[in-house]
Design a protein around this ligand. Structure first.
Ligand code: F6R
Length: 261
């Protein structure tokens, strides 16, 4: 696992965006991106949007797959992840809406929709770079503690803590859906590159458990310890509980110039 620290959320976003831009450029503009929602990747999306506006990056031929979606919100609900992805990613980054996929949380049979979504990712050739945030309880996507490390895209029940964390987006905490469709930890593990961004002191405990804790279903993000190419980009506050922070900073400074990003 590669650990990159930056002073603040904006610099985290700029660094993460530079990795994504690099992946897209190497794929001749046809990369497949994995998209997270939530507040963590917003500075990354803003930095990507700036590159697109400046004419330095073109994402119009990239495919994308969202990590997750609430079950049961009516189509067009402003907090459905389909809508959030449209507002925060597809439009500002100039992506083709037909190439951007989100699990169907309004499906009559959400379990079947989840399995179909997993197959669609595989049929598209998998994900080149998967953007991730981390929950304060260590979840990635909506794989809550105790999720199987080999899980596929499926229906899950959100914990009370995640529903509380996400209540800020809804009129009332009771409006936060109880169920979701989420890519599984096994699905995420198959991405060719995992790129997790985290900022703020409220993520420090989860970040330390992910990087330095045991591989444990109680911290689902710790599955990234098994990923062949995981990069974690965090600000100083989110790095606040890492015992080995001096060592990670030293490695960062001594990175050989020839080493690809
Ligand atoms: C969202 C997702 C979640 C969030 C996590 C952190 O698609 O998969 O795992 O990344 O809950 O959320 P924020 O970034 O809002 O703190």
């Amino acid at each position: 696992m590669e650990i990159i620290t930056r002073a603040d959320a904006e610099s985290v976003g700029a660094y993460a965006a530079s990795i994504i831009a690099d992946v897209v450029t190497r794929a001749d503009g046809r990369a497949t991106l994995g998209l997270a929602t939530g507040s963590s990747p917003l500075p990354t999306y803003a930095a990507l949007a700036a590159l697109v506006r400046a004419g330095d990056l073109d994402l119009a031929r990239c495919q994308a797959f969202a990590l997750d979606e609430y079950v049961g919100l009516p189509a067009g609900h402003p907090q459905s992840y389909r809508e959030v992805i449209r507002r925060t990613v597809v439009e500002p980054l100039g992506m083709d809406p037909d190439l951007v996929h989100v699990p169907d949380g309004a499906a009559a049979n959400p379990a079947a929709a989840a399995a179909a979504y997993d197959r669609t990712i595989a049929e598209a050739g998998g994900i080149d770079v998967q953007i991730l945030g981390i929950g304060s309880n260590g979840h990635i996507a909506f794989n809550e503690p105790t999720s199987s490390m080999t899980s596929r895209t499926r229906v899950k029940t959100l914990t009370a803590r995640t529903r509380r964390d996400n209540a800020r987006y809804f009129d009332s905490p009771d409006d936060v859906p109880v169920h979701c469709i989420t890519q599984g930890l096994g699905t995420i593990g198959e991405s060719r590159r995992a790129l997790l961004v985290a900022t703020g002191a409220n993520k420090a405990t989860a970040v330390a458990a992910m990087i330095e804790g045991p591989l444990s279903a109680m911290c689902p993000a710790s599955v990234l310890q098994l990923h062949p190419h995981a990069t974690v980009v965090i600000d100083d506050e989110a790095a606040g509980q890492l015992a080995g922070i001096e060592h990670y900073r030293d490695i960062q400074l001594r990175r050989p110039e020839w080493q690809p990003r």
